[in-house]
Design a protein around this ligand. Structure first.
Ligand SMILES: *Cc1c(COP(=O)(O)O)cnc(C)c1O
Length: 402
């Protein structure tokens, strides 16, 4: 049986995709038809118990779900109070939570008769997850990637090609993720009858933020069942790192109605939010329209969206998902920046204390325990979303570990 449950009180987004004033659909007219069709297909599928059972069964078979809710005994002892649990998304097949969403979207593509999955990727994680699932389901796969990123992420490019994907180098503009998105959208609009665009985070025009959050909500639903079984009560805090917002929205969603559970998102603080080098759009951003939706994004002094910076490619994004923007303004979730340095210290701390090497993205959430734990009560329970594993970061970061 599947574990996708709707909240009783919290029911956003609206039917046109708005979370308060955020989200929606701000796209050129030629995208209207494909997005409307996708919205209908998704709504039908997500109301079909048989489809949801199939998605969850595939997650069990391919990606070892449910992921454990792991009691971090030594990390808890290190802080001397509270109880810290890690939701182990790092144990997913391909190494992060991203596959939860890819499996959902790929099965939706199959259900609607599409034979070709396309995706864009920056660091390569989402591309690898998509290529993997395409191979598993026997579907054709094309990954759009900036020429610069192809240079920087050789291992993931080799992996995608080994999995049978066609990796298309995007050679215009800054030759990075932004142009890869443009190339993927352009291809999709022209080939929508047999092609499905698999988007990797809770961003983009409606229905993508809703769809990605719905598939990722499995994280929080499992965590809720697991903590109730283990402790007989809900957690006091749920922490997650924020890039576009999919692992945070996913773990937060089924706790939104539980008002005593504090939801905290940790953003890329980079070299500090008082410098130009960070990705803390919920802390420092302005309301703008970017990538087809209204959101908080980083802008320069002329009001133009600017580039973000982070030590961590997965959360190096100048904007943030519309649901998180809404939860911030509604006062239901809090967001704080974590610097590169704090994240690297947490990368080491978790490796040493628990023998778990976290993704540098996830280390941003772990790092916040330094600030939170001194202020918790003795019996407080904290759940941290450990969104991915850190093998990919070891070689690059070992020099910086003090
Ligand atoms: C991509 C990624 C993230 C950031 O993306 P969200 O959509 O904000 O979750 C975080 N952690 C890992 C391990 C990732 O690969």
């Amino acid at each position: 049986m599947h574990k996708y449950k709707r909240n009783e009180k919290y029911s956003l987004p609206t039917s046109d995709g708005f979370f308060g004033e955020f989200g929606g659909r701000f796209t050129p007219p030629e995208m209207e038809d494909v997005l409307n069709q996708l919205e209908r297909d998704f709504n039908q599928a997500f109301n079909d118990e048989e489809f949801l059972n199939k998605v969850y069964k595939t997650l069990q078979e391919v990606s070892n779900r449910p992921s454990p809710l792991y009691f971090a005994k030594k990390l808890t002892e290190y802080y001397g109070k509270g109880k810290i649990y890690l939701k182990r998304e790092d144990l997913n097949y391909t190494g992060s939570h991203k596959i939860n969403n890819v499996i959902g979207q790929a099965l939706l593509a199959q259900r609607t008769g599409k034979k070709h999955l396309i995706a864009e990727t920056g660091a390569g994680q989402h591309g690898v997850a998509t290529a993997t699932v395409a191979a598993y389901l026997g579907m054709k796969c094309t990954i759009f990637m900036g020429a610069e990123d192809i240079e920087r992420q050789k291992l993931n490019v080799d992996r995608m090609r080994l999995l049978g994907a066609d990796v298309r180098s995007v050679e215009f503009g800054t030759k990075t993720l932004k142009e890869a998105v443009d190339a993927a959208i352009d291809y999709w609009v022209k080939n929508a009858n047999d092609t499905f665009y698999v988007l990797g985070s809770t961003v983009g025009p409606h229905p993508y933020p809703l769809m990605v959050r719905s598939f990722q909500a499995i994280i929080g639903q499992e965590a809720k069942e697991q903590i109730l079984a283990l402790e007989g009560k809900l957690p006091n805090y749920v922490l997650a790192c924020v890039g576009g917002g999919s692992n945070s929205s996913g773990i937060f969603y089924n706790f939104i109605d539980d008002e005593n559970v504090k939801l905290i998102g940790l953003e890329a603080g980079g070299k500090g939010v008082d410098t130009e080098f960070h990705g803390a759009s919920l802390t420092m951003g302005k309301k703008v329209i970017l990538h087809g939706m209204r959101q908080y994004a980083l802008v320069d002094k002329n009001g133009e969206v600017c580039e973000s910076y982070s030590i961590s490619a997965g959360i190096d994004y100048p904007g943030s998902g519309p649901e998180l923007c809404y939860l911030k303004d509604a006062g239901r979730a809090e967001f704080y920046p974590i610097t590169d340095k704090e994240a690297v210290a947490a990368f080491k701390r978790l490796s040493h204390t628990e023998g778990i090497v976290p993704a540098i993205e996830s280390a941003h959430a772990v790092a916040y325990l330094e600030k939170l734990m001194p202020n918790t009560e003795k019996d407080d329970i904290v759940i941290v979303s450990l969104s991915g594993r850190g093998d990919k970061d070891c070689e690059r970061l070992i020099e910086q570990v003090e």
